[in-house]
Design a protein around this ligand. Structure first.
Ligand SMILES: [Zn+2]
Length: 396
């Protein structure tokens, strides 16, 4: 049924059989040929094919009309496809690493989902992005480890969680977050939120955080905790700035002063800053998006004294192509040291960034390196304090 050939595979009279052994056998007998006919995106990366008549090589999912099997040769590697002397197809771009194309596609898809008032249907989204439904799904799975629908659901739940405490009514919050107002959506939201929307609303309004600022060898450390555990550990020089940062992060919360029990928690946090690799039993109430939490969980699994690149961290968080987003999640970490974002560095060994200042990152890494080699944490903790009014004061 080959009636017409698009630009990339124009029908050119095949060359005389040139004695090339591979050319004498039709690709139709190869078990992979049906994958080409099906343009199966799952086959991309496992083999390539070249079309002798057009001098082009393609990936299996190439959208161009299939060439005649007798003109096609299959290659196990990209190098082998290149070695034929053919040029890469302009439509399917077989040279681009699959995950780069996937990541670019997923970024565009996420923007569309984020910008839409209601999550677009999968097929509609694929149509807007001019890709097949299956390709869109597999790209999402590869880059984010989620289906587009689960991503959209998570984003909508996040929006709802933010809106519930501030919207005039629960119904209003549902509308603004992109849910309908029927009870069906209400049940779905409860499932996504992990509790009834009313309780989110009431809980957020009523929350009181216990707060204290203590001196430590890195300057000042602000410790804040809610009912379930620590919600913030912030490092800096100026206690007032730290308190302002906390209020910006928890605009609806009330702030209570520390009692004696909380003093013990603060002392543990200070000890952790002085000995950043020490194991601790501090309960953490980690609040962030699903993606941020995956990054932070991966950081907590990094051994003391070890560092890893943002790219490795992205891989461990199940999103190998999302390196920039992973760096962003590190910068957004509200629990300095307790979630050891200081262990994430650049691929070239450079320090990368640190929300609390590069000098502090350097000191924390030096302390960890010293304590993991010497085994003695107390000497390591005595490393040079950074300058500042509270410099040098340690709790222990
Ligand atoms: Zn192609």
């Amino acid at each position: 049924m080959q009636l017409a050939f698009p630009a990339d595979h124009p029908q050119v009279p095949p060359p005389e059989t040139s004695g090339s052994s591979a050319g004498t056998r039709s690709a139709a007998s190869d078990p992979r040929w049906p994958l080409i006919l099906a343009r199966d995106p799952a086959a991309d990366g496992s083999f390539w094919y070249s079309v002798q008549t057009t001098g082009v090589y393609c990936r299996p999912s190439c959208p161009s009309r299939a060439a005649r099997p007798e003109n096609v040769r299959l290659h196990d590697t990209l190098e082998a496809a290149r070695a034929t002397g053919c040029r890469p197809c302009r439509r399917c771009r077989p040279d681009e690493a699959a995950h780069h194309r996937d990541a670019a596609l997923v970024v565009r898809a996420c923007r569309l989902i984020d910008a839409a008032e209601r999550p677009p249907a999968h097929d509609e989204l694929a149509r807007k992005l001019e890709v097949g439904s299956a390709r869109l799904r597999s790209a999402f799975e590869a880059v984010l480890g989620l289906s587009p629908k689960r991503y959209a659901d998570a984003r909508r739940a996040e929006r709802l969680r933010l809106l519930l405490p501030v919207a005039a009514t629960v119904t209003e919050a549902f509308h603004q977050a992109g849910f309908g107002s029927s009870s069906r959506f209400y049940d779905k939201a409860a499932e996504l939120l992990g509790m009834a929307p009313n309780r989110v609303r009431a809980g957020a309004a009523a929350e009181t955080l216990r707060v204290a600022v203590a001196p430590c060898s890195l300057g000042a450390v602000l410790v804040a905790a809610g009912e379930r555990g620590l919600v913030a550990v912030l490092l800096g020089d100026d206690p007032d700035l730290l308190r302002r940062d906390l209020r910006a992060r928890f605009p609806r919360a009330g702030f209570g002063e520390a009692d004696e029990a909380f003093g013990a928690v603060v002392a543990q946090v200070v000890a952790l800053v002085e000995t950043p690799g020490a194991s601790h039993a501090l309960p953490l109430d980690i609040r962030g998006t699903a993606f941020q939490r995956r990054v932070w969980d991966a950081l907590r699994d990094v051994e003391t004294g070890r560092t890893l690149s943002y790219a490795e961290l992205a891989a461990r968080a199940g999103a190998p192509a999302a390196v920039r987003a992973v760096a962003g999640a590190c910068a957004a970490n509200p629990l300095a040291v307790a979630v050891p974002c200081h262990r994430a560095v650049r691929t070239d060994g450079g320090l990368g960034g640190y929300r609390w200042g590069l000098a502090r990152k350097r000191i924390l890494l030096d302390r960890e390196a010293a304590s993991s080699t010497a085994g003695a944490s107390s000497t390591a903790a005595a490393a040079a304090p950074i300058t500042g009014p509270a410099g040098g004061e340690a709790a222990s």
